[in-house]
Ligand binder design. Structure first.
Ligand SMILES: O=C(O)c1cc(=O)[nH]c(=O)n1[C@@H]1O[C@H](COP(=O)(O)O)[C@@H](O)[C@H]1O
Length: 234
């Protein structure tokens, strides 16, 4: 169905009405959708199921980061919603990621993809320094990605600036999911490590998470189609 499209539209809205109204303007053949913390906290599983039932593959982006037992149970609960992808923070460590993986094992091939966030795309080197990470940002992304791979994750979330480096170090089927996508001339906002859609794909991104450049456009469907066309030409 949407296997050909690498685009995941971030439905960062305050409520179901706005999220569903935007989703209705999109096409499940052209993109997947992502439900994040704001929307899920307000509207919860009912909204996720509504999106799944309307034909979208859903990335439930709750970035779990807690003790292994809690994260394992949360990931299993996410899987019950029929989502396509769910994520944790790689910095939660290998025991936490192992527990999340094991929680999905009983589902076999029906399990959602399990990915781990390396370093948020909103962060830059100076912020890593402030939180006491004393190595280069690229190196931190790489170490967390390798840890995530060893811990049974299906892929990582990173910025498109790190994908060429990671592609040389991780398995071919280890998914690289990149937010921080900004088409030329669009506002950077709070993102710091950004790339255009074409740059991201050319550097090895498998999936592009795109929010505001599509959701805040006058015509979200047109913005989506334009990005899809740019990708086909690249
Ligand atoms: O896991 C994510 O999806 C994520 C990780 C990350 O490092 N950076 C990041 O921006 N995201 C999410 O990707 C989306 C990006 O939205 P825009 O900045 O509006 O394109 C938001 O929903 C973020 O929560």
């Amino acid at each position: 169905m949407s296997d050909m499209s690498p685009i995941i539209v971030a439905l960062d809205f305050p409520d179901s009405a706005q999220a569903l109204s935007l989703a209705e303007q999109l096409d499940p053949k052209l993109c997947r959708v992502k439900v994040g913390k704001e929307l899920f906290t307000r509207e919860g599983p009912v909204l996720v199921k509504a999106l799944v039932n309307s034909g979208f593959e859903v990335f439930l982006d709750l970035k779990f980061h807690d003790i292994p037992n809690t994260v394992a149970a949360a990931v299993a609960a996410a899987a019950e919603l029929g989502v396509w992808m769910v994520n944790v923070h790689a910095s939660g460590g290998p025991r936490m990621m192992d527990a999340a993986r094991k929680a999905l094992d009983p589902m076999g091939s029906a399990a959602p993809l399990l990915t781990a966030v390396t370093v948020l795309t909103s962060m830059e080197q100076s912020e890593l320094d402030q939180i006491g990470v004393n190595r280069a940002l690229d190196e931190q992304v790489c170490e967390l990605a390798l840890l995530a791979e060893r811990s049974g994750m299906d892929g990582v979330v990173c910025s498109a600036r790190e994908t060429s480096m990671l592609r040389e170090r991780v398995a071919k089927d280890f998914w690289l999911v990149t937010p921080g996508i900004r088409p030329a001339n669009s506002e950077q906002g709070d993102q710091r490590r950004v790339a255009t859609p074409a740059e991201a794909v050319s550097k090895g991104s498998d999936y592009l998470v795109i929010g505001r450049p599509i959701t805040r456009a006058d015509s979200p469907l047109e913005a989506l189609k334009q990005i899809a066309a740019e990708l086909q030409q690249s």
